[in-house]
Design a protein around this ligand. Structure first.
Ligand code: PLP
Length: 402
């Protein structure tokens, strides 16, 4: 039987980089009765949230919402814009970029996976100059899309999407730009229209602070045009029927009614606070957590300070220490979940999520659990990261000038 009594008192510390903790306000909104998804109240809700959600993506174009995890929205992006056999250029930044590449193969696309050699790609962001060079070689424009991950959740590295746009333009190349910001949206700066993104893919359970279960495609006019002629079979994911039904606030099939209540509430929370404030709070938390890692004398997975993730921090364990053994001690002793190392990073590092519904003291507790657990696991620490982060938060109030 499922043991739901495992956490005897207090709240579990869910500090993985998604799903992130769901605020009570959102849980309460979701607890309302499920209504008729073809009735007038639902249509009004649909119209309101389809309009509001555009602000978070920073787009004036439609945002499509699927009752699916983020992976479904990846498939939707590929299957609405491309045809079997199409060449696509993908950049290896970590585990999620790798999974998206695997999906492209399964969909019978011809993905080319470029990146920095070996493990280096997993410690840096997308190298826009490599994309530009590859596109310049592609004189007959066989490459139909460039696919990149904005916030690589497996490593804690972001990528400069504006630079990727500039690279495509500098090569004079017509390829579509498809961007996964499943874990970046509403935590890291993101601008669908300004950065000329054709399809932005996102999900509910990270910066949007919702439970898992809905995901998004923000689209450009060019992407919609491609979806009218592309040859990939698509039905559930097809944009045309959804966009048509969305005009009146409905979906062609049953949407996730209660998750949409939650989304409506989450959008209100984010817009009331102001997106700039939300982003500033994430940057500050990330800086505080990095101060702790530095004081411990440990390495951060991301090796380029210009692209440190505001969403999560990858903490590298010294040679000979299994990061998952450390995570297990922390979980069992302190009721604290940290992200595991994925793919090539397995066993080498763990990930601290600092996104969504956190505050200074939840992060201090998290860092306290990490510090105590690492000591129990025999990780040699140079000093107290907990003390360093407490100092950082105390002396860097949000909205201060410094
Ligand atoms: C979480 C995540 C995914 C996968 O989303 P699911 O909801 O698990 O399908 C893909 N890409 C990135 C960057 C993610 O953070």
């Amino acid at each position: 039987m499922l043991n739901l009594d495992f956490h005897p008192s207090g709240r579990h510390f869910l500090q993985i980089p998604g799903p992130s903790p769901v605020p009570d306000r959102i849980l309460r909104a979701m607890s309302l009765p499920t209504i008729d998804h073809r009735g007038p109240e639902f249509g009004a809700l649909g119209r309101e949230l389809l309009d509001k959600v555009k602000q978070v993506f920073k787009t004036a174009n439609p945002v499509i919402i699927y009752p699916a995890s983020g992976t479904g929205a990846w498939e939707a992006a590929l299957s609405n814009t491309l045809s079997p056999g199409d060449q696509v250029l993908m950049f290896e930044t970590g585990h999620f970029a790798t999974l998206w590449h695997k999906m492209a193969l399964r969909l019978q696309l011809a993905p080319e996976f470029i990146g920095l050699p070996g493990y280096e790609g997993w410690r840096h962001g997308v190298q826009a100059d490599m994309i530009e060079a590859r596109l310049k070689e592609d004189r007959d424009h066989a490459i139909k899309a460039v696919c990149v991950v904005h916030n690589e959740t497996s490593t804690g590295v972001t990528s400069d999407i504006a630079a990727v746009r500039r690279a495509i333009d500098a090569a004079g190349h017509p390829a579509l730009l498809l961007v996964d910001t499943i874990s970046g949206l509403a935590s890291a700066d993101y601008r669908h229209d300004e950065w000329g993104v054709d399809v932005t893919i996102s999900g509910s359970q990270k910066g949007l602070m919702l439970p898992p279960g809905i995901s998004f495609n923000a689209v450009s006019d060019k992407a919609i045009e491609a979806s009218r002629h592309n040859l990939m079979p698509k039905s559930f994911w097809a944009w045309d029927e959804i966009l048509e039904a969305n005009q009146n606030g409905y979906w062609p099939y049953t949407p996730s009614t209660n998750l949409l209540y939650g989304l409506n509430e989450a959008l209100d929370m984010l817009l009331e606070e102001g997106l700039d404030n939300v982003l500033a709070r994430h940057q500050r938390w990330a800086a505080g957590v990095r101060t702790a890692v530095e004081a411990w004398g440990l390495e951060i997975q991301c090796q380029d300070p210009a692209v440190y993730s505001p969403v999560l921090t990858g903490v590298v364990m010294p040679e000979g220490i299994d990061a998952d053994a450390v995570r297990k001690i922390i979980y069992e002793r302190f009721d604290l979940s940290l992200g595991t190392g994925l793919g090539k990073a397995k066993g080498r590092m763990f990930r601290i999520g600092h996104l969504g519904d956190c505050n200074d003291l939840t992060l201090i507790a998290t860092l306290g659990g990490c510090e105590a657990g690492m000591k129990l696991a025999g990780v040699p620490l140079k000093g107290s990261g907990l003390a360093a982060a407490l100092d950082y938060f105390a002396h860097h109030p949000l909205n201060s000038a410094d």
